[in-house]
Write a protein that binds this ligand. Structure first.
Ligand code: HEC
Length: 232
């Protein structure tokens, strides 16, 4: 009897810690909610928070360094208590939550099936830069191969977060091209075809990172061939 009880306790503990670690990579808001947030942002925030405005850019490293590794309640509270600059607290809580989801979308966190509510904020973390990348939108560079209905990317770089699911633009592609080959291998999912010739060049892949057993997988959102060649 004893071992069974122990197993039950371990399972309960695991479930509790998974629940605690919910992050913004898990799709914690809906697309419709982020669209409402975008409209509010446009009318309440964009005059300052746009290119050349008085407020800082809210996308990318600065946002991450301020808010990553903390709960969404920190983002909510800091915005509610200080913004809009001339009239802090002038929106409803639900509106502030919508604005937060817009900022999540801008920063590359995926939408999901259910709306984010004020009561959820405390329990959801923005992952740290060094934290787990499971389910995150990432990019890697590697060599593409196709065998028996399997697409893989080998000699691949370590995955890094990206905000854009679309294929790398020219300037970004040039930087990716210069990266040294890595040692990772990823199985690519949702790749149905790739033009002939792509298997002889390095390729930049973007998508959502998942793990299945020992296999690292990327559910691909875009692929782009680079110019340097693959040795094999
Ligand atoms: C009148 C101009 C103005 C408006 C309108 C405004 N902000 Fe700001 N915001 C700023 C300035 C300036 C800062 C820099 C910190 C400070 O001086 O308070 C800032 C800082 C921030 C920060 C902290 C980010 C950082 O990098 O320091 C966030 C988040 C933010 N604003 C969000 C918003 C949101 C969301 C709205 C709309 C609801 C909004 N702001 C409206 C001017 C504005």
């Amino acid at each position: 009897m004893r071992p069974l009880i122990v197993a039950g306790l371990v399972l309960a503990a695991t479930v509790a810690s998974v629940a605690q670690q919910k992050t913004t990579d898990a799709g914690v808001y809906t697309a419709a909610q982020a669209a409402r947030g975008a409209a509010l942002f446009e009318s309440q925030c964009a005059t300052c928070h746009r290119e050349g405005g008085s407020g800082p850019n809210l996308v990318g490293e600065r946002f991450m360094s301020l808010f990553s590794d903390g709960p969404l309640s920190t983002v909510f509270t800091s915005i509610k208590t200080t913004m809009p600059r001339m009239s802090p607290g002038s929106l409803s809580d639900a509106q502030y939550v919508d604005v937060v989801t817009h900022l999540l979308r801008l920063n590359g966190y995926p939408d999901g099936m259910s709306e984010l509510a004020a009561a959820d904020l405390e329990g959801i973390k923005i992952p740290g830069q060094s934290g787990s990348l499971d389910f995150a939108l990432i990019q890697v560079v590697g060599c593409l191969a196709h065998t028996a209905n399997r697409w893989t990317l080998s000699q691949a770089t370590e995955p890094s977060r990206t905000r854009e699911p679309e294929a790398a633009k020219d300037d970004e592609a040039a930087k990716l091209d210069a990266a040294a080959a890595g040692t990772r291998t990823f199985r690519l999912q949702q790749v149905y075809a790739a033009p002939a010739g792509w298997t002889t060049q390095k390729v930049a892949a973007k998508g959502f990172l998942t793990k299945s057993g020992n296999e690292d997988r990327i559910t691909v959102t875009s692929l782009r061939p680079l110019t340097s060649s693959c040795a094999n």
